[in-house]
Write a protein that binds this ligand. Structure first.
Ligand SMILES: [Zn+2]
Length: 165
């Protein structure tokens, strides 16, 4: 098998819409952004891991749905695209895979959790902040929080070194 190897930790939200958007990691970071879902093989592998039936739609359509979900929950943009894709999937496309994911995206959009969707300050993943103060900055504090801390530490150290030379 040559496709991307999905693991439990790629499914941090335990619900398909945001985890589907998180197939892309380091989003918007030049030279670093990685799309793990741009092939039929990777999409099928993801579906198995998420407990869904494999996609019947084209890769392009799956990516379009994914980007619409990401755009809406990341920045509030792209609601018409998301609504159109959902309507088409229900009426014409009838792919169980996309129906499940888009239906969950719509449900989330209309739920109180929608206000708790955050973008991880390190890896760019979407996650739902369930802390009482709603101030969570990292998808997984132990991983992304400590990486960001280490980066700041080395940046300060570099500054000190260059200031003393
Ligand atoms: Zn993260």
């Amino acid at each position: 098998m040559t496709g991307f190897h999905w693991h439990d930790h790629h499914f941090i939200n335990r619900q398909p819409a945001l985890d589907f958007a998180n197939m892309v990691v380091w989003r918007g970071q030049p030279g670093r952004e990685e799309d793990r879902g741009g092939s039929a093989e990777n999409l099928a592998g993801w579906a198995v891991f998420a407990g869904l039936s494999p996609p019947m739609s084209s890769v392009d359509r799956c990516v379009a749905a994914r980007e619409a979900i990401d755009g809406y929950f990341r920045s509030g943009a792209g609601w018409p695209a998301l609504a159109t894709l959902y309507a088409e999937t229900l009426t014409e496309n009838r792919d169980t895979f996309l129906t499940t994911i888009l239906h969950q995206a719509m449900t989330l959009a209309f739920s109180p959790d929608a206000k708790r969707v955050r973008v991880c300050g390190n890896c760019g993943w979407l996650f739902i902040d369930r802390t009482r103060n709603a101030n969570k900055r990292w998808c997984i504090t132990g991983v992304c929080g400590s990486r960001a801390k280490a980066r700041r530490y080395y940046a300060r150290k570099k500054e000190r070194i260059s200031a003393s030379t």
